[in-house]
Design a binder for this molecule. Structure first.
Ligand SMILES: Nc1nc2c(c(=O)[nH]1)N[C@H]1C(S)=C(S)[C@@H](COP(=O)(O)OP(=O)(O)OC[C@H]3O[C@@H](n4cnc5c(=O)[nH]c(N)nc54)[C@H](O)[C@@H]3O)O[C@H]1N2
Ligand SMILES: Nc1nc2c(c(=O)[nH]1)N[C@H]1C(S)=C(S)[C@@H](COP(=O)(O)OP(=O)(O)OC[C@H]3O[C@@H](n4cnc5c(=O)[nH]c(N)nc54)[C@H](O)[C@@H]3O)O[C@H]1N2
Ligand SMILES: [Mo]
Length: 744
């Protein structure tokens, strides 16, 4: 189980990174956090001669393996990227035909990058212009080059802009749709890709279907329930289409009554937390307050959830012991969109029960069990989890899950040894298929798509252009890809719209029978249960979702073109006037969120002059709830600390190994050990995010039920991280915070 902090799917796959000639790693530390990915990266370097460039405020274990290391100030990646794009444009390193044929709106980007001269980038980011030029030169010369990012990019108010501009840089160089290229987002928990695919997000239904009436109607059909019954579950019809509470912002719905109006006038009263360490959101002390205030709190977890220890409520809190992943079975999806079958090793021990069993029981007691399981189409005689996997395959057409049946996924996992890890291609019983059937996998005879947007393959073999998702033209300019740019073997040689019953005859050059016409009346590729539209599209070499241009301009966003904006708690207040935060947002995931007003509330650096660099350590996972319960990991890394440059530590009068108090802008404080380190610059403190169980100096061991205490305890860094949320996704700005440090 996982939450959804990381976002964006990996366009290529882990093994494919071995085909790269250069890899730029920004805001990701795979040597610590993705050791398997790191092995592929090192193979690219050692066997394929790839140059490794790391852009990170901290000299990490990954940076230690880099050819070029650029240290930047946290929250300045956009300036760095525009600096690279400006050099790419100036030196004509860009892929002219790729941009001409497959991209919309590059002119706007080339205009925006103008002000980011190497000198200006040096001023904003702190990285020398020489290093920027070196990084840009090496990366632009490599063909192909791969871009890797993760949480160093997403946990910012401008996180969504970071990820967009990174993708745009790859577009300028024509690095998308190519083996060895791509945007390779190393995702978080083992099944975080799967959980987002499944709709564990506040603003989508499963498969990234939206929340409009049409999507709900489609799902009512898939779930075999009455649409009006579904609708009646909501207080008002508007609430059905409204974005839900997000993991980061729900606490404000509880704590600030003014937000109740965005929640159909109902204050949040209860919380069920399943498979999530909710104490890792920024400002943990606010999470505690919210937990204390609720009427009911339920944790479904194989361990004692960290948040259950943090709250001081002593009533109406339930810990339901969940089975671990070895006590249950089903699919998980890895960071490369490949599915794997996980087999049960033992029956759940003691009183633990599998997550789905607990949820089934909830549904029974709340009176909707029959509706809950109806989608599998077998009444209550279903086989778990196979029938659910097949239901998912039938329903999630938007990402092409049709070919991912339980039977096929099992065959792949059982024949693991038959696949090539760099190409993902199978042999023998999985001949011509790609490992784990990476989506889109359009039909039961489709092999899966290992590299997204690759037009050098036919659609039936995993090829495709960019998706036609935003219409076919904008202000008189076509959004479809240019003539001559289409997947190999396509009947249409240029761009085309999404496949519908209306256009299939013309695009695929076929004539539908009268029966087919009736069956397909009003249908499109996303809601056609007959599978005919996909079948005819593939036969004509067409991607069901169309063939369009990648757009650089997301006109519905606050920043249609990615813009550098200083963090809300900026270490460089002098830059705020030129690069201010956006205006405060009303009713954003049902909460009023401060941006501009928080940024300008005071001169934050005056009282909080030190910048946090936030990241992970290899020994622990997330809150450390699971890993701190391991005696051996707790022994390897047993206490919370902050890394300080000796120069800064000296100014603060701190010796190595002495204790210090760290005070956050939101009122939280933690007492931790000072660790001298040259990995950080002279203005920052590195705080690992993986500890909990000590609260502003107080040991919380006594709050655990007898026999459940972990071996390792430490202060939770998020007591001192600042307020701030991504302007599009609401991901917390945990990577940019200011603190004050004093000797304890
Ligand atoms: N051992 C271990 N492995 C894990 C996890 C774990 O807790 N422990 N967690 C898993 C999960 S849930 C996830 S999401 C992934 C996360 O994987 P990563 O994203 O690699 O994790 P982090 O260490 O949080 O952040 C990566 C890097 O971002 C840098 N950084 C911080 N701020 C900035 C910035 O403003 N710009 C740039 N360019 N870099 C910045 C940090 O110094 C750090 O080196 O790891 C997964 N793997
Ligand atoms: N300062 C700072 N804060 C951060 C980050 C950062 O980089 N810096 N990173 C953010 C990110 S990317 C993430 S993902 C979060 C950490 O992510 P969290 O989800 O907050 O962390 P975990 O500790 O992994 O919590 C997972 C919980 O699920 C439970 N669990 C494990 N397996 C199962 C299962 O099969 N079933 C059930 N029901 N429960 C299970 C575990 O026991 C644990 O309690 O931290 C976020 N917060
Ligand atoms: Mo994560």
């Amino acid at each position: 189980m996982a939450n959804t902090w990381g976002y964006g799917a990996m366009t290529n796959h882990l093994g494919d990174m071995q085909n790269s000639k250069a890899i730029i790693i920004m805001g990701s530390n795979p040597a610590s956090n993705h050791p398997i990915a790191m092995q592929h990266i090192l193979k690219a370097k050692e066997q394929n001669g790839a140059k490794i460039i790391v852009v990170d405020p901290r000299f990490t274990k990954t940076a230690a393996k880099a050819d070029i290391y650029c240290r930047i100030r946290t929250g300045t990646d956009i300036a760095f990227l525009y600096g690279m794009i400006r050099l790419i444009r100036e030196n004509k390193w860009y892929d002219e035909s790729f941009i001409k044929d497959r991209v919309y709106g590059m002119d706007d980007i080339f205009k925006e990058c103008e002000e980011y001269t190497p000198e200006h980038v040096e001023d904003i980011t702190g990285c020398s212009k020489e290093l920027l030029i070196q990084a840009a030169t090496v990366f632009a010369e490599a063909d192909p080059g791969s871009l890797i990012w993760n949480q160093g990019w997403t946990q910012h108010t401008v996180g969504s802009s970071n990820t967009r501009l990174g993708s745009i840089m790859q577009l300028t160089l024509g690095n998308l749709g190519k083996p060895g290229g791509g945007c390779n987002i190393l995702r978080g928990h083992d099944n975080v890709q799967g959980s987002t695919d499944m709709g564990c997000l506040a603003d989508t239904l499963p498969g990234y279907y939206g929340l409009a009436d049409g999507s709900w109607k489609y799902f009512a059909k898939q779930w075999k329930v009455d649409f009006d019954w579904l609708k009646a579950r909501f207080k008002t019809p508007e609430m059905m289409q409204k974005t839900g509470n997000s993991l980061s912002l729900w606490i404000h719905s509880v704590l600030e009554e003014s937000n109740t109006k965005h929640n159909a006038d109902v204050p949040l009263k209860a919380l069920i937390c399943i498979g999530n360490g909710i104490s890792t959101v920024t400002q943990t002390h606010k999470t505690k307050e919210a937990l204390d205030k609720l009427e009911l709190v339920v944790f479904i977890d194989p361990y004692v959830n960290d948040a259950a220890v943090i709250t001081t409520r002593n009533d109406n809190m339930f810990l339901l012991p969940a089975a671990s992943q070895v006590e249950t079975s089903g699919t998980v999806v890895n960071t490369s969109r490949s599915a794997q079958w996980r087999t049960k090793v033992v029956e759940p021990l003691y009183e633990a029960r599998a997550d789905h069993e607990i949820l089934f029981d909830f549904a029974k007691r709340m009176g909707f069990y029959n509706e809950f399981v109806a989608g599998m189409g077998k009444g209550d005689k279903f086989t778990w989890p196979e029938d659910a996997t097949d239901e998912i395959a039938r329903a999630l057409k938007t990402i092409g899950m049709q070919g991912r049946t339980a039977e096929r996924i099992k065959r792949h996992t059982e024949n693991w040894h038959l696949f090539n890890s760099t190409s993902l291609k199978g042999r023998g019983v999985t001949e011509k298929e790609y490992y784990g059937l990476p989506w889109p996998c359009w039909s039961e005879s489709h092999p899966g798509s290992p590299v997204l947007y690759n037009i050098n393959l036919p659609v039936s073999q995993g090829g495709m252009g960019f998706r036609t998702r935003f219409g076919t033209e904008r202000n008189g300019v076509s959004l479809l890809s240019a003539e001559g740019s289409a997947p190999k073997g396509s009947r249409i040689k240029g761009g085309y719209d999404e496949i519908t019953a209306k256009n299939i005859e013309e695009l695929a050059g076929i004539t539908l029978s009268e029966d087919e016409k009736k069956l397909l009346d009003g249908k499109n590729w996303k809601n056609d249960d007959s599978g005919l539209l996909v079948k005819y599209a593939l036969a004509a070499g067409l991607a069901p979702y169309g063939n369009a241009r990648a757009r650089t301009n997301v006109w519905e966003f606050v920043d249609p073109i990615p813009k550098h904006r200083e963090p809300l708690h900026s270490f460089r207040p002098d830059l705020i006037a030129k690069y201010p935060a956006i205006k405060d947002k009303v009713n954003f995931f049902r909460v009023d969120v401060r941006y501009e007003s928080e940024q300008n509330a005071q001169d934050w650096t005056k009282d909080y002059p030190i910048n946090i660099v936030s990241g992970r350590i290899v020994e622990h996972m997330g809150t450390g709830t699971e890993t701190r319960a391991s005696k051996y990991l707790a022994e390897l890394s047993g206490e919370m600390y902050g890394e300080l440059h000796p120069t800064l530590a000296g100014k603060l009068g701190l010796k190595d190994d002495e204790m210090m108090w760290v005070y956050g802008t939101g009122g939280g404080k933690i007492k931790i050990k000072c660790k001298y380190s040259l990995r950080v610059d002279e203005y920052s403190v590195f705080l690992p995010q993986n500890f909990s169980g000590i609260w502003s100096g107080e040991h919380l061991g006594h709050r655990y039920p007898a026999g459940t205490q972990p071996y390792g305890f430490g202060e939770n860094s998020n007591q001192v991280t600042s307020y701030g949320y991504d302007q599009q996704t609401s991901c917390p700005e945990t990577k940019c915070s200011l603190v004050r440090i004093e000797r304890a």
